[in-house]
Structure formats: structure tokens, C-alpha cells
Design a protein around this ligand. Structure first.
Ligand code: ARG
Length: 568
């Protein structure tokens, strides 16, 4: 059930009946005294028609009150402020959705999601955490809504640094155990590269060998990539990220398409030479001085660029994968890059008009000091170390609450709580802002955190256990009678609205805010509406509400990639 869509439809139909036109702009009410939803569009509609907004609001209410469908949905409407309409939903209308089934979309799309994409020259570090966690949540939501999702892990597995790495690997006798610590390996080879002229020269030759398809070089490169990728897969598995080897479509996969990209740009009349390089000049990319900034697609030495590969990828996604929509979860610092390649792809016909191309940027991860998140020594934080620390801290927390806990149980809880906290604290912030990584905040049992929601879930399960009912035997529906019951039911019913919003806009924090508010409404309900001591019908009704809240919390957290436990 999509409450917002239903209300929008009805109110806009009422506008039309009144000879008016415009959007209803339905929003969840910000305070209980404003009802459950507000229609905020009346003012603009009235203004355009030269009418008094409060009069128009009253006319809309009068029209809708006579409509049987609408009357079944809504129990009260009133004009508020300068011309808002406050809407209160009928208990019988929100009751059927207590089963919290996810409605699949009527128009399923093929959505390509480009996320994670670490550079395989190094080990995965905190810089890849946000794209990986946020991308995976949106993938889960899209799939739950019935879309066909094609994950594309556009890993950085090609480029000049591999010449250096392979030469260093060769010098160390091709001992692949050296790659167990990729970070050290990278640092050591870079140092060698900077200090040793002969090494530099051999590295350059290795790049040429690799690029010209030399079998030996390719085999060594493949070995390197496989090991590096298995580091990443360990992290994915540990974090419950749904990426696998099947989703890897790295930069190197497009090598054979790059010459064709240049040809196609040329045939489209888009290619121009500048200082020996092949470039595309598009009017919309002017700098402050009014000069057009070119998109370089081939350097004067014949080398291709990151942009060229991305153009090949767009073409692949449009033509081979037949995508309707492509989402890129990539750092905000690459915004200009994506604007440019999207524009070039459109101009060259790689991306048809109907294909939606969306860069969904995110900000930088900062430490508590407001500076980019680093180790105490100022080094890059490896993801594996960060996740170890999360589990360690969560274990300490659990032990504090429950000193006698059995070790297996402790390890399990530490993982669920620790990793859940890391994910949730990222997902719950608006992704476009920079985000401050703060252990104490994310592991707190108060406020908008994973432990709070996990605890809320386990508390509901304990209520159900204490009630000694089989949850499966409870009726599917419960029509609220008391106001805290009704407010909880209304919110459970809004579950599908929020999923739709996450799918449309790619902001997981909407879902987090929803779950937090849901848990808060449950708490109010639980305080004001005793469950266990009440009479039969009331007790059943309230148990159904509790059970449904638990289902919504569990499903919602699952879509965020976070687990729950029955007991905490
Ligand atoms: N490997 C790149 C980086 O770490 C991200 C790739 C994003 N995807 C893309 N199609 N460009 O910056």
C-alpha cells in the first residue's frame, strides 16, 4: 500500500473537479496535532488561480468528504495554517497492511548499480566503505521492490601502477605470500619506484608489455588481481555485502572497446585534437573564464583514460545489459567526471534518451576531529582493521551488560551489533554530507543507532514470548482503538512509501529515520497501552501490533544489511 500515492491521487482529482490544477504535495505530518499527513500543495494551486488558499482547502475537503473511497481511508480532515490540509487516517484503512508485505512495483526496471569499485592495487580501506554499504542497501531495496538489479563492481584493475607492482612482485621471486599484506606491498614497491631509476624503467616496460597483451605479464597481473580481489571478497562476506565474483566488471574488461569509443566519438563529429590529445569539447563545460574544458579521451601517447573506460561502460550497460537506469554510488569529488561522461555519452548516442543515468554522490568520512579519518599515525585505515575494532568494542559493551554470557553467544552478538553499528551510522546520515565516524555515538543504545533498533526488536520478541502466544496464530489484522495504537498502525502502513522513496532517490537514511520513528512510536504505544495485563480482544490486538512492528523492524534492518537477534 502506498499511502502517499493514494492521497495524492485523490486530492489531485479533487483539484481537477474544482477546475484547478497542481500537485497535492503530500508529506508525513511533522507533529501529531497536524494529523498523520499534510497536503501542502493547496497554497500554490490557489495562488495560481487567484483564489484564497483556505477557501480552496475547504472546498477540497467538502468534495472529498462526499467520496466513499476517500471516506474509507480518512477519518478526519481539517484546514490548517495558511491553507494546509491535515489528514488523519482511519484505523480500518491502516489495519490490513499490518502484515507489512512489500508491494512490488507495477513497472519493474532493469537497474544497473555501480558501487564499491575499489582499486585493486591496494587493500580496501575506509574510503570504500560508504559506496559499498550505501550501494548495497539500495540494491536490496530495488530488488525487494521487484526490479531486476545488475550489480557492476567497476574495480580499478588496470593502469600504470600495475607495472610497478608486477615488477616488484617479480623481484621478490613472485612470492605471492608477499601479497598477504597488500598495503605494505604497495608501499614498498612505491618506495622502490621513487628511489630506483632502473626499477622505474623496468616498471614502464612492464606496463607496455601488459598493455600489448604479453601472455606472461597478463598471467602475473591476473595472479595479483585474484589475490587482491579475494581480500575484498573477505570484507564483503564479513560485512554481508551482496557482491560476489560474478559482479566484477573492472576497468580492464573494457580494454577492447576503447578504440571503438574513440571511433564512435569521431563518427559523431565530437572529436577534436588539442596538444596531440583526443578531446571532446561540450558547450556546457565552460570554466570561469568562459573557456570550454575538454573531456580528454586519449592522451597524446595513445593511452586511454578513466573517462574513456566509463564511456565504454555506459555503452555496455545500455546496449548489452539493456539497462533502464544506471546508478553510480561514487564519491562526490567525482561529480564533474560523471557530468561530463553522461553528457558525452548522450551526445554520442551511447546512452539513449530514455536511459536514466544518475550519479549518487557521498561525502568524505571524517574522524571526530573533523579531518579525514586516519590512523593515529596518520595512515590509511584498512577496512579489515576497522571491522575488527567494531567487533571488539561491541563485545566489551555486551560483556558489560551481561558478564556471564557464553563465549559463542558473545562472539555472535559482537558481530551483529558491531558491524550493524558501523553500517547503520553511515546509512543513517544524509549521504551527500561529509560524515563523522564516531564509535561512541554509533554503539550507543540511545538515539538513532543500530543497537537501539536491534534492542527494540529483541524487546518485542520478548513481549511475544512472555505472552505465550504462537505469533503465527495471531490474526493478520488488528483495527486500532486507542490513539497510540492507531499512530503505530499508521506508521507501520507507511513502510512501502519509504521503500519507494529510497528506490527513487537512493537515500538510505529515509529508511533509517523511518525505523527510528517506528521504534519510538512503539515505545509510546508500549508505555500507554499495557499488553499483557489487558482483556482478550485488546490483548490480541496489541500483540498483533507488536508482532507487526517487529516484522517491519526486521525487514527494514535486513534491507539495510543489518541482522537482528531474538535476545540481547
Ligand atoms: N575505482 C574508482 C575509485 O576508487 C571508482 C569507480 C567508480 N565507478 C565508475 N564507473 N567510475 O575512485
Amino acid at each position: 500500500m502506498h499511502i502517499k500515492a493514494l492521497l495524492t491521487q485523490q486530492i489531485e482529482a479533487a483539484f481537477a473537479d474544482l477546475g484547478l490544477q497542481g500537485s497535492a504535495v503530500i508529506q508525513a505530518a511533522s507533529r501529531p496535532e497536524f494529523g498523520d499527513y499534510q497536503a501542502n500543495g493547496v497554497m500554490a494551486v490557489a495562488k495560481r488561480a487567484g483564489l484564497n488558499p483556505r477557501d480552496v482547502a475547504a472546498d477540497v475537503i467538502a468534495k472529498l468528504s462526499g467520496d466513499a473511497d476517500f471516506a474509507a481511508m480518512v477519518s478526519a480532515m481539517e484546514v490548517a495554517g495558511p491553507g494546509f490540509i491535515n489528514i488523519t487516517l482511519a484505523p480500518s484503512f491502516v489495519a490490513p497492511s499490518l502484515a507489512t508485505a512489500i508491494d512490488t512495483c507495477a513497472t519493474a526496471q532493469t537497474v544497473v548499480v555501480d558501487y564499491s569499485a575499489p582499486n585493486l592495487a591496494k587493500e580496501m580501506h575506509v574510503g570504500h566503505l560508504r559506496t559499498t554499504i550505501i550501494g548495497d542497501c539500495v540494491v536490496r531495496v530495488l530488488e525487494a521492490l521487484g526490479h531486476t538489479v545488475i550489480r557492476q563492481n567497476h574495480v580499478g584493475d588496470w593502469g600504470t601502477q600495475f607495472g610497478m607492482l608486477l615488477t616488484y612482485l617479480e623481484d621478490s621471486g613472485n612470492a605471492s605470500d608477499k601479497l598477504a599484506d597488500l598495503e605494505n606491498f604497495y608501499r614498498a614497491s612505491k618506495q622502490r619506484f621513487d628511489e630506483d631509476e632502473d626499477f622505474r624503467e623496468r616498471s614502464r616496460r612492464a606496463v607496455v608489455a601488459l598493455q600489448s597483451g604479453d601472455a606472461n605479464a597478463l598471467q602475473q597481473w591476473q595472479q595479483f588481481i585474484d589475490i587482491s580481489m579475494s581480500h575484498c571478497q573477505d570484507i564483503y562476506d564479513r560485512l554481508g555485502i551482496t557482491l560476489s565474483a560474478d559482479n566484477i566488471m573492472g576497468e580492464s574488461a573494457y580494454n577492447d572497446d576503447l578504440a571503438g569509443v574513440i571511433d564512435a566519438l569521431d563518427s559523431a563529429g565530437l572529436l577534436q585534437q588539442s596538444d596531440g590529445a583526443d578531446c571532446v569539447f561540450l558547450d556546457q563545460f565552460k570554466n570561469k573564464e568562459g573557456d570550454i574544458q575538454p573531456v580528454i579521451v586519449r592522451k597524446s601517447d595513445g593511452g586511454y583514460l578513466y573517462a574513456t573506460t566509463d564511456l565504454a561502460a555506459i555503452s555496455h550497460r545500455a546496449k548489452r545489459l539493456e539497462a533502464d537506469r544506471v546508478l553510480y554510488f561514487v564519491d562526490a569529488r567525482q561529480s564533474l567526471h560523471f557530468k561530463q561522461i553522461f553528457a558525452v555519452a548522450r551526445a554520442a548516442g551511447f546512452a539513449p534518451e530514455a536511459l536514466q543515468l544518475e550519479h549518487l554522490p557521498f561525502g568524505t568520512m571524517l574522524g571526530k576531529d573533523g579531518k579525514p579519518f586516519k590512523t593515529r599515525q596518520g595512515g590509511i585505515i584498512k577496512l579489515a582493521d576497522l571491522l575488527d575494532e567494531a567487533e571488539r568494542r561491541a563485545a566489551a559493551l555486551v560483556r558489560e551488560k551481561n558478564p556471564d554470557i557464553e563465549p559463542g553467544q558473545l562472539a555472535h552478538l559482537a558481530k551483529v551489533i558491531g558491524l550493524g553499528a558501523v553500517k547503520y551510522s553511515d546509512l543513517s546520515k544524509n549521504r551527500t554530507s561529509d560524515y563523522v565516524f564516531d564509535w561512541d555515538q554509533m554503539l550507543s543504545f540511545d538515539g538513532n543507532t543500530a543497537p537501539y533498533l536491534q534492542y527494540a526488536y529483541s524487546r518485542i520478541q520478548s513481549v511475544l514470548r512472555k505472552a505465550e502466544v504462537d505469533p503465527a496464530q495471531l490474526p493478520r489484522e488488528a483495527i486500532a482503538e486507542d490513539e497510540p495504537e492507531r499512530r503505530l498502525a499508521v506508521y507501520i502502513a507507511a513502510f512501502n512509501d519509504v521503500l519507494q522513496q529510497v528506490a527513487d532517490e537512493g537515500y538510505p537514511h529515509y529508511l533509517c529515520a523511518y525505523l527510528y520513528e517506528l521504534a519510538t512510536r512503539f515505545t509510546t504505544f508500549y508505555e500507554q497501552c499495557p499488553i499483557l495485563g489487558s482483556d482478550d480482544a485488546q490483548r490480541t490486538r496489541r500483540l498483533v501490533l507488536a508482532k507487526s512492528t517487529g516484522i517491519a523492524l526486521q525487514k527494514g534492518l535486513d534491507l539495510l544489511g543489518i541482522d537482528v537477534v531474538e535476545q540481547m
